[in-house]
Design a protein around this ligand. Structure first.
Ligand SMILES: NC(=O)c1ccc[n+]([C@@H]2O[C@H](COP(=O)([O-])OP(=O)(O)OC[C@H]3O[C@@H](n4cnc5c(N)ncnc54)[C@H](O)[C@@H]3O)[C@@H](O)[C@H]2O)c1
Length: 444
């Protein structure tokens, strides 16, 4: 009997490696994806239902209230204090009060089935992203999610298959694609300043120990993931911007990955230093290695390093190295080296190159983005989503990007658990990456 894809996934990385070599995985897939990124008919006024209005969902809501051409007409959260807050924000902005859904963790399904919406936007904890996205698309709505889109390969495929079947957008809202230094580096790549890009590095290196132990917000769910997996649970902030520079799913694709973690110490130490001996936190057993490092090889032979480190004391960094045959960009602090310009062997601070290479989106939207979440990049991200839906354009990130970047969660876990064995990255585009044009410099 031929294996269907889900049986196939259950067999794990070894089967994938064998099967990829024999071409069996692709034989089990449906039709190849179209080479043109999906675009839906234009929507003059985008009606949005928001699911999960915590810290990040609240910040997106504030953006949508400022962006022309959209309305938040329904809100859903398991905590009615948050839907009440959201309703107040919406009416204070002069819009009609939204429909409210607060009947528990699956009430988003009622929102998707009942409301007349164009887009369902979820900023729930990781485990809820896929259920909300699937319910939205099956009810005929476009779907957008906070990062990562999915935590398993199976769920990555479910997003791809459902988006294709329902012909709806499934967008992963990777805000780091829109930060000013990353966008400037992308602009420089598109102008050919760094030559051919051959290597890139990214990561999420952020001391989250205090946040993970809070009795509210992310403390209620994020630490739990540190007790059940070892790998990289949050790869997309680092991968998103470099995937654009490397034309992932648009001329190249992630081919295979190796990953390994060091020991898990940070959360144990924090619990010992901050909680009394009989506190339940002191009995928790963490599995997530404090530093996880993955290497990815692309089909065109390029290399990517992506790292995760959220349990140790350290300054914030997303690394952001983009290296080519004529120079490179490196983040934290942001700087560039361009052969033949500036002093040999010395970095140029990125601000000295901004007049020439600042991304047009930042030039035009800087004032409007001022004060919005994460230095303004979240506003620019939300602005682009609404604009693409209103004008019937392909979204900047496709469902294939959501799947390829999020798949690194599951693949890093599999490789870490198998002595860093190489695991194949599924081709979610089913060959479509070869003919899909590169992402252009998007505009206002
Ligand atoms: N892109 C970024 O920079 C960034 C920053 C922070 C968080 N995030 C992402 O945003 C998401 C939410 O993170 P957060 O910091 O806002 O967490 P949070 O805990 O503050 O918010 C989550 C919200 O979802 C609600 N919720 C939980 N389960 C629900 C369900 N089944 N149905 C409806 N509502 C539900 C909670 O009550 C809460 O209000 C996560 O995916 C996280 O990774 C992204």
């Amino acid at each position: 009997m031929p294996l269907d894809r889900r049986d196939f996934l259950k067999l794990g990385p070894a089967a994938m490696a064998v099967s990829a070599a024999s071409g069996r995985e692709s034989a089990a897939q449906p039709q190849p994806a179209s080479s043109l990124p999906f675009a839906a008919p234009p929507i003059p006024l985008v009606r949005i239902g928001m699911v999960g209005i915590g810290l990040q969902g609240g910040s997106h809501l504030e953006n949508f209230l400022k962006i022309p051409g959209c309305r938040v007409t329904a809100v859903c959260d398991v905590r009615d204090v948050r839907t009440t807050w959201a309703s107040q924000q919406i009416t204070a902005a002069g819009h009609p009060a939204p429909a409210v859904y607060t009947r528990g963790p699956r009430d988003f399904a009622r929102l998707c089935d009942t409301e007349d919406l164009d887009l369902v936007f979820t900023a729930t904890p990781w485990e809820w992203h896929v259920p909300v996205m699937l319910a939205a698309m099956k009810a005929g709505k476009h779907a957008a999610t906070e990062v990562p889109a999915a935590m398993t390969l199976e769920d990555c495929w479910a997003l791809v298959e459902t988006a294709e079947k329902t012909r709806r957008h499934a967008v992963m809202m990777e805000n780091c694609n829109y930060d000013r230094p990353e966008m400037m580096a992308f602009h420089m790549v598109r102008k050919g300043v760094f030559g051919e890009i051959v290597h890139a590095e990214g990561g999420y290196l952020h001391d989250l120990r205090a946040i993970k132990f809070e009795k509210q917000d992310e403390g209620l769910w994020r630490r739990a993931w540190s007790m059940k997996i070892d790998g990289n649970p949050y790869p997309t902030h680092g991968l998103g911007p470099i995937a654009n520079c490397l034309d992932i799913n648009r001329g190249d694709r992630f081919d295979y990955l190796v990953s390994m973690s060091g020991p898990s110490r940070g959360l144990h130490d924090w619990a010992r230093e901050h909680f009394p001996a009989d506190a339940p936190e002191r009995k928790e057993r963490y599995t997530l290695g404090d530093v996880n490092t993955s290497l990815i090889k692309t089909a065109r032979g390029k290399t990517v390093m992506v790292q995760h480190c959220t349990n140790l004391p350290r300054p914030y960094s997303r690394i952001h190295v983009v290296q080519g045959t004529k120079g490179m960009f490196q983040g934290y602090p942001h700087r560039a080296y361009i052969e033949g310009r500036g002093k040999e062997h010395q970095w140029q601070d990125w601000t000295t190159l901004r007049d020439e290479f600042d991304h047009p989106l930042w030039r035009e939207l800087e004032a409007k983005a001022a004060g919005a979440g994460h230095g303004g990049m979240d506003y620019i991200e939300d602005y682009r989503l609404v604009k693409c839906l209103r004008e019937g354009l392909p979204t900047d990130m496709t469902v294939y990007d959501a799947a390829a970047l999020s798949a690194v969660v599951d693949l890093s876990i599999r490789s870490t658990g198998a002595r860093a064995r190489a695991v194949d990255v599924p081709d979610f585009t089913r060959g479509g990456w070869k003919a899909t044009p590169p992402l252009d410099l998007v505009t206002v």
